[in-house]
Design a protein around this ligand. Structure first.
Ligand SMILES: Nc1ncnc2c1ncn2[C@@H]1O[C@H](COP(=O)(O)OP(=O)(O)OP(=O)(O)O)[C@@H](O)[C@H]1O
Ligand SMILES: [Mg+2]
Length: 351
């Protein structure tokens, strides 16, 4: 394959609002070019609470997306979402990586609320525990086998072959680390604000110290504005996107709906500081469609007093501007973050 074309990588992000596909072409020196991308039409309740209610609609949307965007590669990297996965940081006696495998399985039995035989486990040793050098911290990722299988089946039903399975918040981290230089001392809170769920991931020096999925997202904003102003769902969605020019006082409504996010971040920060694992959050990076909701970055920035920005996961990915003809890249790229992070995964790469 010396002179052959390197195989492109396709990330498939199946969200509750839309499905996103991102095809990246590897260039020399571990750089990438965006070859194609696509976002499906809204799925209209085909996925609710992480559960697929309408399999046919989802598989049709995936095949249509690949077809209409001319994505020919059939091998995709996807992420299992929300409830199917448990991410937990555990502390255990310090062991070598080889000895850890068995011990982690044993430890996992106590931390995973399912029969351990029904679960696929992955783990990463994060390092020594901050308060006790004889202990180490391990990041445990457990997914129910039947859910992973059923998710794989879904992708196969769409005519694709799923390669690696990842988790949304780690995919977002992967995308941002590939596009930004974070200093070792930086404590970055990555918030992937989708329609149903916000994935929080607080990282330092590449290590995820705190991950949590909150049930806050665009739907929360839309429902809050609907209740407050008596709008239809469509009117409210347009208002929340800042499109309606309605003159409605949306800021307090959005801020109220963001309160849960801010509180969760404050608690996470307090926990990380008390346990000595990480310092105060020094930067907030937002991605996902609802990060674009007017007022959200400003609210979080004010609350935490740190630089808060909407991330651009295409900062270091080259692309032909024609791919975004007529669209503002900064209004599309944040939605592609997870897809980009997935496409950047290579088979065999962990986390
Ligand atoms: N320009 C915009 N301004 C404000 N909100 C937007 C904009 N574009 C998209 N959204 C909102 O973002 C949400 C979709 O974001 P995203 O595609 O990240 O979610 P998802 O991955 O489908 O959902 P989830 O991850 O929660 O299952 C919707 O609520 C949509 O209304
Ligand atoms: Mg999403």
């Amino acid at each position: 394959m010396l002179f052959g074309k390197k195989q492109s990588l396709v990330g498939l992000d199946i969200g509750s609002h839309t499905i996103k596909a991102v095809e990246l072409e590897p260039l020399p020196n571990r750089t990438f070019r965006l070859a194609r991308w696509g976002i499906s039409a809204p799925l209209a309740e085909a996925i609710v609470d992480g559960e697929i209610m309408d399999r046919q609609l989802v598989t049709d949307s995936i095949s249509n997306l690949f077809e209409s965007r001319g994505i020919r590669s059939r091998s995709v990297v996807a992420a299992v979402s929300g409830r199917a996965v448990i991410v937990k940081k555990i502390t255990m006696n310090r062991l070598s990586a080889e000895d850890a495998q068995q011990a982690v399985y044993w430890e996992a039995e106590q931390h995973v609320p399912y029969d351990i035989n029904d679960v696929s486990l992955d783990f990463e040793i994060l390092g020594a525990a901050p308060n006790d050098p004889k202990q180490m911290q391990v990041l445990l990722v457990a997914a129910k086998k039947d859910m992973v299988m059923s998710f794989g089946d879904l992708i196969r039903e769409a005519g694709l072959s799923p390669a690696v399975v990842d988790v949304d918040s780690f995919a977002a981290q992967n995308a941002l680390e590939a596009n930004y230089d974070f200093a070792p001392a930086d404590v970055i809170a990555i918030l992937n604000i989708g329609a149903e769920i916000t994935n929080i991931n607080i990282i330092q020096a590449g290590v995820p110290y705190f991950t949590k999925d909150l049930q806050v997202g665009g739907n929360t904003f839309i429902e809050a504005a609907q209740r407050k102003f008596g709008l239809s769902q469509a009117e409210s969605a347009a208002a929340v996107r800042g499109e309606s020019g309605s003159g409605l006082e949306l800021t307090p409504v959005i801020e109220g709906a963001c309160e849960g996010l801010a509180t969760a971040l404050e608690r996470a920060q307090a926990y990380l500081r008390t346990s000595g694992e990480a310092g105060a959050i020094s930067r907030i990076m937002l991605c996902g469609g609802s990060a674009l909701t007017p007022g959200v970055p400003e609210f979080l920035g004010r609350r935490f007093g740190v630089a808060t920005e909407i991330a651009n996961p295409l900062t270091r990915v080259s692309y032909d501007p024609a791919l975004f003809a007529g669209q503002d890249v900064m209004k599309v790229a944040p939605l592609l973050t997870v897809g980009i992070g997935l496409a950047l995964r290579r088979v065999g790469d962990k986390r």
